[in-house]
Write a protein that binds this ligand. Structure first.
Ligand SMILES: Cc1cc2nc3c(=O)[nH]c(=O)nc-3n(C[C@H](O)[C@H](O)[C@H](O)COP(=O)(O)O)c2cc1C
Ligand code: SF4
Length: 425
């Protein structure tokens, strides 16, 4: 493992250095050089570099990007599609908006390279509808790329044809889930479905489809320019590269930071975020957004490292870090989180649809001080059922914060069990 640098600007290196509106400035800052390099080689070689780099998806689940690309390349069926997931609906996240608004051509270049690698001729950028500014910037950047010969027919005289269009979401969180996103583009109601098959073999219009997060695609030009081997030296053995983190909540300097993977949560909060206002104590930190786990202050030394975190059943997800100081009411926070998922559930499967309704009823019993120890036991079984039996990640992950509160702050629940109940767990 290298010496970890807290601030390591790779994806954000051109932020506020170039004018996002100018393709010429992008080109003069090393832009589109990776595409030229990639087009001088084969799809297999590009994919091999991405595999060597060890890049894992930045949308939350952390699936190895090179394997996904390889699967699309090898899948049978034409045409193939590529989709950039810029829905960014997870509360606490705003990194993809910055990537699109500050350096749109970095994203476009990454997508074109992946399309070339798997011989894909058409793509979509699915952007959250509320991101009006990002939509306008990406729209203009796509047109500039066409005019300059990076999109369209016979790109850079290579014989390769590729173009993409923007599709805007309509404000539904579930449409960030890859299958719900696909069917939305097909004009259907955004709902998740059982997997397998995965989009790589059976995606948009049942054709092989590569779907990746904005930040994932933005890494691709750097991998090509640096070479996979060099890229893999950044970060840790199990988590390569940098990560964009969205720091929010009770923090002096909230905002977007790019850190080398392997950096500790405490360093991000103290050194980049400059701690909590008025030096208040931290009570709880949520990682990844509303669907992510929470940890207490004494666990902040944990590093952004998938192997280390998975040992204690944690993930850093898409990179949100939400800091909550000692004034928060944990049960109130949990209720708001579950209300969000209850509102956003697509209603297709019973564990999620009914489970979230029951979770709200049970949480209210604790908040009102009328819960029994049976309620606690039922809540735990219910959440386990939701983890195991929900069709998609929304229902599977919705209970995560509540489950982690029961692991690290159990007394928040047990202290609310009514005193006549003798079976306190
Ligand atoms: C309910 C739900 C919402 C999601 N929202 C997003 C999103 O807004 N952006 C995103 O990139 N991935 C989102 N994902 C993850 C995607 O399904 C998919 O795993 C991801 O786009 C793959 O890209 P990656 O491999 O580059 O991470 C969501 C998943 C679920 C279950
Ligand atoms: S888990 Fe929730 S969001 Fe996902 S399919 Fe089931 S009801 Fe819909």
């Amino acid at each position: 493992m290298s010496n970890i640098e807290i601030t390591k600007k790779i994806l954000t290196a051109r932020f506020d250095v170039i004018n996002h509106d100018s393709i010429d400035e992008y080109i003069s800052h090393n832009g589109y050089t990776a595409l030229k390099k990639a087009m001088a080689t084969t799809g297999e070689k590009i994919i091999s570099e991405v595999k060597t780099a060890g890049l894992k998806g930045r949308g939350g689940a952390g699936f190895p990007t090179g394997l996904k690309m390889e699967s699309v390349l090898q899948a049978e069926g034409l045409p193939k599609y590529i989709i950039c997931n810029a829905d960014e609906g997870e509360p606490g996240n705003f990194k993809d908006r910055y990537l699109m608004e500050k350096d749109p051509h970095q994203l476009i270049e990454g997508i074109i390279i992946c399309a070339y690698a798997a011989n894909i001729n058409h793509g979509y950028i699915f952007i959250r509808g509320e991101y009006i500014n990002a939509i306008n910037i990406m729209d203009k950047a796509l047109e500039q790329a066409r005019v300059n010969g990076y999109l369209g027919d016979n790109i850079l005289d290579s014989g390769f044809n590729f173009d993409m269009e923007i599709y805007t979401g309509a404000g539904s969180y579930i449409c960030g889930e890859e299958f719900a996103l696909l069917v939305t583009i097909e004009g259907k109601q955004g709902r998740a479905t059982y997997k397998p098959p995965f989009p790589t073999t059976c995606g948009l219009y049942n054709k092989p489809t590569q779907i990746n997060n904005v930040e994932t695609f933005c890494n691709i030009p750097h991998i090509i320019n640096m070479g996979g081997e060099e890229f893999s030296k950044i970060g840790t053995d199990s988590s390569k590269g940098t990560k964009l983190v969205c720091l929010s909540g009770n923090i002096v300097n909230p905002g977007l930071y790019e850190v080398e993977l392997g950096t500790s949560i405490r360093d991000i909060i103290d050194k980049l975020g400059k701690g909590v206002p008025n030096n208040r104590a931290i009570k709880m930190v949520q990682l990844g957004g509303a669907s992510g786990p929470v940890i207490p202050e004494n666990m902040l030394d944990i590093k952004l490292d998938s192997k280390e975190m998975s040992k204690i059943d944690l993930t850093y997800g898409s990179g949100a870090i939400i800091v909550m100081d000692d004034r928060i009411d944990i049960l109130d926070i949990l209720k708001r989180i579950i209300e969000f998922f209850h509102h956003e559930s697509c209603g297709k499967c019973t564990p999620c649809r009914e489970g979230l309704t029951q979770m709200l009823i049970l949480l209210d019993r604790f908040i009102d001080g009328v819960a029994t120890s049976d309620d606690l036991a039922i809540l735990e079984i219910l959440m386990e059922t939701m983890n195991q039996a929900s069709i998609c990640g929304l229902g599977q992950a919705a209970p995560t914060a509540t489950q982690k509160v029961l692991e690290y702050f159990r007394e928040e629940f047990t202290s609310k069990i009514r005193s006549t109940d003798s079976n306190v767990v």
